[in-house]
Design a protein around this ligand. Sequence first.
Ligand SMILES: Nc1ncnc2c1ncn2[C@@H]1O[C@H](COP(=O)(O)OP(=O)(O)OP(=O)(O)O)[C@@H](O)[C@H]1O
Ligand SMILES: [Mg+2]
Length: 248
Amino acid sequence: MSSVEIRNLRKSFGTLEVLRGIDLTVDAGQVVCVIGPSGSGKSTLLRCVNLLEQPTSGQVFVDGVELTDPDVDIDAARRRLGMVFQQFNLFPHLTVLRNVTIAQQRVLGRGRAEAERIAREDLERVGLADKAGAYPGQLSGGQQQRVAIARALAMNPSLMLFDEPTSALDPELVGDVLTVMRKLAEDGMTMLVVTHEMAFAREVADRVVFMDQGVIVEEGPPGQVIGSPRQERTQTFLRRVLNPTHVD
Ligand SMILES: Nc1ncnc2c1ncn2[C@@H]1O[C@H](COP(=O)(O)OP(=O)(O)OP(=O)(O)O)[C@@H](O)[C@H]1O
Ligand SMILES: [Mg+2]
């Protein structure tokens, strides 16, 4: 069973063709990490999957439902997806607990008691049970990102999309967020993750996809794509990422 299936996805902005025919599936319970240089279309790909961007052509299926079908109930379909961005986008004037309950109540129609029970469970899952009453401004960036993950989990998504969730964080805060993501993967969450964290991709991903200039150049098990890439473009990219101070 595949959780997400992307077929021949294309996206142009004016004359700029950013995605040039992407085919990608993530099976239920699998973790796929997407790597690639800046501007290669990674964020656009995730944004097309949850229809924050309208694809120019191609199809996206989530749990067998075609999100790109013009007749689909887009709000219902989007609820299957949890999205975690580089920026956490928490409501600063609401407590952590309220940040995690608000969409449950407004979008899913859950009652307050149930929403709070679920929020506390998900805050526990990300290691922040003791921060329910705090405001986002009182938390570190890594803690705020873990609240954002709890907020997404509380909506019971069948797939989680992550777009560079740790790249805005101070280095010492990255590990806690990756630990939470590793645990989600172990719990069987289906995840599509854009990341620059090669060690994480190597350890957690079932498959790694290398994108460049709007196409998938290479994909396979992490040991192959990161460990011994076949394509020259992948090799060049990885040399730069793994030795950032090295000058060719
Ligand atoms: N809304 C938009 N309008 C016009 N061009 C856009 C838009 N969004 C993205 N682009 C362009 O599409 C290309 C791919 O952008 P995208 O953000 O998907 O890259 P990325 O792989 O996520 O890069 P990064 O690693 O820097 O986040 C870039 O050239 C970008 O300028
Ligand atoms: Mg991006």
